[in-house]
Design a protein around this ligand. Structure first.
Ligand code: ADP
Length: 250
């Protein structure tokens, strides 16, 4: 379970990006975080794996106070949490399988990482993850030769290779066309349902959020203004989240 208790986040320049966040997410939930650009969505999900440190309150994952983690314990903790980005973050001129194998690098002795030596188990796991994402046939293709949707699937396979408990996704479909975006959202849904992995997605596309997530968290200027079932998000809720800026719904 992910639990925020009165969490605040101030950036070094003094900007308060999150204010008094209280939020509990159970294992296996599919949650969409929506809000205007600059509302604090990205900051919120990045506090969970400590890409950003909180500056107030308490944030725990399965009872562990994330701010107490450092060095090896932080690395081990991060293994449980996959991160997916809008820009896929693949190594472009390298094969798909090598990209997936990078999931193991943080745990390798330095010489194995330096030489790129992976065990049979690691290679099998990487291939299995590609198979789970339906792109095993692309294993030996260079990453930059794939379409955007395929690249996001490779990023998901890389994440699955680390056996995550939670996947954080920061605008994962923002740079994809509508049809491909839906296919990638289907992948997230499948991963969530079949593997019981918690999925937390920042998404500016409201229709997709409502279609795929069971729970929606709406953020406005660093504060949660809605937290409830996707089925109960109506125009009033959207007005509260988007301050009546209808273009956000386009
Ligand atoms: P969103 O993901 O909803 O677009 P962000 O979490 O990226 O919003 O940003 C929330 C607010 O925090 C924005 O006003 C942004 O300008 C500010 N912000 C983000 N990163 C930094 C930073 N490193 N230093 C100062 N302010 C930041």
């Amino acid at each position: 379970m992910i639990e925020f208790k009165e969490v605040g986040k101030k950036y070094p320049n003094g900007y308060e990006a999150l204010k008094n966040i209280n939020l509990g997410i159970e294992q296996g939930e599919f949650v969409a975080i929506i809000g205007l650009s600059g509302a604090g969505k990205s900051t919120l999900i990045r506090t969970i794996n400590r890409m950003h440190d909180i500056s107030q309150g308490k944030l725990t994952v399965d009872g562990t106070d994330v701010m107490t983690l450092q060095g090896k314990s932080l690395r081990q903790f991060r293994r449980k949490i996959g991160m997916i980005f809008q820009s896929f973050n693949l190594i472009a001129r390298t094969t798909v399988i090598k990209n997936v194998l990078t999931a193991f690098v943080p745990d390798l002795p330095w010489w194995r990482a330096a030489l790129g030596i992976f065990t049979k188990e690691e290679k099998m796991k990487a291939l299995e993850s590609l198979d789970q994402m339906g792109i095993l046939d692309k294993a030996f293709v260079r990453a930059d030769q794939l379409s955007g949707g395929q690249q996001q699937r490779v990023a998901l396979a890389r994440t699955l290779a680390q056996n995550p408990q939670i996947i954080l996704a920061d605008e994962p479909v923002a740079s994809l066309d509508p049809v491909t975006a839906k296919q990638v959202m289907d992948d997230f849904q499948r991963i969530n349902r079949e593997m019981h992995i918690t999925v937390l997605i920042n998404i500016h596309h409201v229709e997709l959020a409502l279609q795929y997530a069971s729970r929606v968290v709406g953020i406005r200027a660093g504060e949660i203004v809605y937290d409830g079932p996707a089925s109960q998000v109506d125009q009033d809720v959207l007005n509260a989240i988007y301050q009546g800026k209808q273009e956000a719904l386009a």
